[in-house]
Design a protein around this ligand. Structure first.
Ligand code: UFG
Length: 338
């Protein structure tokens, strides 16, 4: 079955391409390379031993997307392609709404016109904001997003749910990702941030590699066991496999319009300081870090209840935090030639 993977040269997208092939699907990548590198395609080839069909196109382009869907007889889409820098979305909201919402609407229209029924959408635990009760379940109320980026995920979920409610012939699953970390154990693909990383793990690995002088821990006076923020850090290979499970589940629900949403995390919370400690311990090195002020907009703590995915999709994260930290460092060493 041919699956269009938008954003397939990105961090989560590229790992998902590997898992799709392992599960017998045939992925086709569309990526405009606006936040990814062609070197990812080489890494994929090294893992897979074969090229994956690739088109450098913008998902907002109806004609190009239609061409790819028709040429490859696409039967399902995984839509990763989106802008994701939280801070930039605050200063450039229209760029985020136009791209993230526009591309989703475009893809839904292409799907309708070409009888493509199945879609897996990249959502985020950001839709929960700072939840009152943790761990969050899928029925935990969504909160007003802290950023336009977060709002694009909340709005996208509403668009998808409304489309299915209206009886459009879609089978759609939104996956609410927690914090993806790690890299492929082969070190052929991993996270490739452009410029100064916003996210914790690339900042940690770049500091260890000497690219950044020092990591700043954004706050240690929160109401958490050690004072730093708590997140649910999930290995990107586990996260990638959740997309295969979602596609499999969609094939069990073909008789009527179907929409569902799943938390995709480990079910565990780890603090930023625990991450640093684990990274140092498993990789046997010392990280230069300091405690700094809080970062505006950070939720204090969040992790997910992931039983729904286990029960209904037969999916569960399997890798440990230690493996995530080892794989992240192996990848950084590879790209830094260390
Ligand atoms: N952190 C630091 N120092 C850093 C970077 C991060 O202490 O240099 C801390 C943050 O304060 C936070 C934790 O590490 O407590 C994780 O931060 P990330 O930026 O890695 O990820 P977030 O939890 O902030 O996640 C956000 C959104 C997601 C989005 C993700 C990717 O909530 O929806 O960024 O951009 F997908």
């Amino acid at each position: 079955m041919n699956i269009l993977v938008t954003g397939g040269a990105g961090f989560i997208g590229s790992h998902t391409v590997v898992e799709l092939i392992a599960a017998g699907y045939s992925p086709v990548i569309v990526d405009d390379l606006s936040n990814s590198s062609p070197s990812v395609l080489k890494g994929l080839k090294n893992i897979l031993g074969t090229d994956v069909p690739f088109y450098q196109e913008d998902c907002n382009d109806y004609v190009k997307m239609t061409e790819v869907v028709q040429k490859h007889n696409i039967q399902g889409i995984i839509h990763f392609a989106a802008f994701k820098a939280v801070g930039e979305s605050v200063s450039e909201p229209l760029k985020y709404y136009r791209n993230n919402i526009g591309s989703l609407l475009n893809i839904l229209n292409v799907m309708r016109a070409n009888n493509v029924r199945n879609l897996v959408f990249s959502s985020s635990c950001t839709v929960y904001g700072q939840a009152d009760v943790i761990p969050v379940t899928e029925s935990t109320p969504k909160k007003k997003a802290e950023s336009p980026y977060g709002n694009t995920k909340a709005i996208a979920e509403d668009i998808l749910e409304d489309s299915v409610k209206a009886g459009l012939d879609f089978g759609i699953i939104s996956l609410r990702y927690f914090n993806p970390v790690g890299a492929h154990p082969s070190a052929e693909i991993g996270e490739l941030p452009i410029g100064v990383p916003n996210n914790l793990i690339p900042y940690v690995t770049q500091t260890a590699a000497g690219i950044r002088e020092k990591l700043t821990v954004f706050g240690s006076d929160y109401d958490t066991p050690d004072g730093s923020n708590v997140r649910d850090f999930i290995h990107v290979v586990d996260l990638a496999k959740a997309h295969v499970s979602a596609l499999n589940l969609l094939q069990e629900h073909t008789s009527e319009p179907y929409y569902n949403v799943f938390n995709i995390g480990t079910g565990r919370g780890n603090s930023v300081l625990e991450i640093i400690d684990t990274f140092e311990r498993v990789n046997n090195l010392k990280l230069n870090y300091e405690i700094g002020p809080r970062r505006p907009g950070d939720v204090i703590k969040i992790y997910g209840n992931v039983e729904k995915a286990a029960t209904e999709m037969n999916w569960r994260a399997e890798k440990t935090l230690e493996e995530s930290m080892e794989d992240a460092w192996r990848w950084q060493k590879k790209i830094s030639n260390l």
